[in-house]
Design a protein around this ligand. Structure first.
Ligand code: ZN
Length: 138
């Protein structure tokens, strides 16, 4: 079932149940050390960040496209990547600073422009582009 969500400047039509099912499918995930750190570290996200993903049915530990940047002054590692949701952006108000900040470590924005969608993901697909700071946990 689709529901309408308004998040900052975006109006989204999302299907949380269907999205959850996509994250239960087998995906080709990168096997490098940086990605393994991401999969592990996202298992203990702070509450605000975790709730952000959960509301869409996303499993944050499952991400098939992530770029890693070396640790920052604060000792955290910056990851940039995208998640996908079954749904679409139905309206968007463009502002200068479009991205939203969630908790202390996550920045995200929504788009109908797609890349790196996992094989077999149910359409229509909406993309979240994110930046996330994580500790090294391995
Ligand atoms: Zn990797």
């Amino acid at each position: 079932m689709y529901q309408t969500m308004k998040i900052n400047n975006w109006i989204l039509e999302v299907n949380t149940e269907e999205t959850k099912k996509q994250y239960l499918k087998e995906w080709d995930l990168c096997d490098c050390l940086y990605c393994h750190n991401f999969y592990q570290a996202t298992k203990s996200l702070a509450e605000a960040e975790l709730q952000f993903f959960k509301q869409f049915g996303i499993n944050p530990s499952k991400c098939n496209h992530i770029s890693h940047f070396d640790s920052q002054e604060n000792g955290l590692h910056l990851y940039i990547g995208c998640y996908h949701i079954v749904g679409k952006v139905s309206a968007e108000t463009i502002t200068i600073d479009g991205a939203i900040k969630i908790g202390n470590s996550l920045t995200a924005c929504f788009s109908n422009d797609l890349e790196f969608v996992p094989d077999g993901f149910t359409k229509p697909v909406l993309q979240i582009d994110f930046e996330l700071e994580l500790p090294w946990v391995l």
